[in-house]
Design a protein around this ligand. Sequence first.
Ligand code: M6R
Length: 366
Amino acid sequence: DKNGYEHYMLKEIHEQPHSIGDTFRGRISIDKTKIFLGGIIDVMPKLTQAKRIIIIACGTSWHAGLVGEYLFEEYARIPVEVEYASEFRYRNPIITPDDVIIAISQSGETADTLAAIKMAKKQGATIIGICNVVGSSIPRETHAGVYTHAGIEIGVASTKAFTSQVTVLTMMAFMIGRKRGTLYDELYKKLIHELTLVPEKIDIILKSENYIKGIAEMYKDATNALYLGRGCLFPVALEGALKLKEISYIHAEGYPAAEMKHGPIALIDQNMPVCVIATKDKSYEKIVSNIQEVKARNGIVIAIVTKGDETINNLANHVIEVPDCHESIAPLLTVIPLQIMSYYIALMRGCNVDQPRNLAKSVTVE
Ligand code: M6R
């Protein structure tokens, strides 16, 4: 049931204030001072003492894992590696019983992810799942896990499953950080509070849908697009590019903004839309200069900015505003306009948004 929406993807984009709320419901105390993830309580000693966390996933779930890497390292101070399941399983990786593996999968059925965790389990690692489909194969293979509770996702392009995965990883990073003492209580409480504000902030972003549709109209005939971000917004750039390519068949690439000058900058001309995720955080000044570099080469800049940003407003061709937030929360907000833009570009190009060519919702073959 599309609930009145033209496509499941659009419905699922709009569900995100609710689905994210469902992800943290019952897991954050009413007074917003504690996070409790029941599914991983038994493995908390393993997690807090882990020498290393290896996150394995594919596609969009792998992008969520990259966001997790930034958050775990920042707040829990545990080294993290993020691996494509398909590469990890075939390269004879070094795994020890001190390693904790976190497998992320919406469907819980992705063949490569499943095979990778079976292999790591044999070598003695502790396996934690972050899955959406209850009772699917991956949760049955893991020692512990957290369901995302995003609700059934039908659109092949993952939207609400991604934001729920990121929400779980954010909660885990904060909870482990607090337990390890790397995150002090005052900041911990502030971050929890920030997380609980996400649904209402996404509601605000969704109100810009028509404005974003207008931008989509202008660039629907592009043949290439570049997405740039820094820090935990670099994975959002990758995700924005994947959303565009999988449903609109426009070639798109995501890059860490500073890597641009090591190659991709050669592509920039007056026909190249460049989406820059540039909310206010510790690398803000740097990303402003990246925007100037694109403009100096006549590129078209579509910037996702913090509400009220005058500096970027004066530089970019278009700005899409998101409400002010703590930088750890920004991935959850900034991905929303990118999902909406991809949706409308695909729609205007006459593509089958919910069922893009050559793709399946769960990839159960390797
Ligand atoms: O079910 P999974 O999360 O394991 O699926 C992984 C990828 O196949 C999936 O995220 C794919 O990249 C999506 N089509 C992205 O929108």
